[in-house]
Design a protein around this ligand. Structure first.
Ligand code: DQA
Length: 144
């Protein structure tokens, strides 16, 4: 199973950025854990990060016909990018939205996700484990 993991803006700063909210692990550490989980579950994972909305949209379009699932943390774009939402629904690839923090118990503006309604589901609040849980749930869904 080919899976594309997309990290949105500022996630490249993990390990430096707001550690009390997002944890101590660096972006590179988290990506390593994602790759390991993928290997364990026999998945072929590609990781992509961009701070630019259009690049994320192009990456989603490029996934069409190439990957079986997308795991995306749209970061701040979660809360207002109708363009990323439309890109996800354009390609018709099963997509899971993830967040390190629990967006529902933070500032009011973060509680709204414009992208979640076009995803299979959302995993929010488990730190870097949110990504690993998303990988595991793809495996479970595939086998069920
Ligand atoms: C985030 C939550 C967003 O509100 C925020 O803008 C981020 C990270 C998370 O993973 O918890 O950049 O997506």
């Amino acid at each position: 199973m080919n899976v594309l993991v997309i990290h949105g803006p500022n996630l490249n700063m993990l390990g430096i950025r707001e550690k009390s909210v997002y944890g101590e692990k660096s972006f590179e550490d988290i990506n390593e854990l994602i790759m390991e989980e993928g290997k364990k579950l026999n998945m072929n994972i590609e990781i992509y990060q961009s701070n630019i909305e259009g690049e994320i949209i192009n990456k989603i379009h490029g996934a069409y016909g190439r990957v079986e699932a997308i795991i995306i943390n749209p970061a701040a774009f979660t809360h207002y990018s109708y363009a990323i939402r439309d890109a996800i629904s354009s390609v018709n690839i099963p997509t899971i939205e993830v967040h390190l923090s629990n967006i529902h118990k933070r500032e009011e503006f973060r509680t709204k996700s414009v992208t979640a309604p076009v995803c299979i589901g959302q995993i929010s609040g488990f730190g870097y484990n949110s990504y690993l849980l998303a990988i595991q749930s793809l495996k479970m869904t595939k086998n069920s």
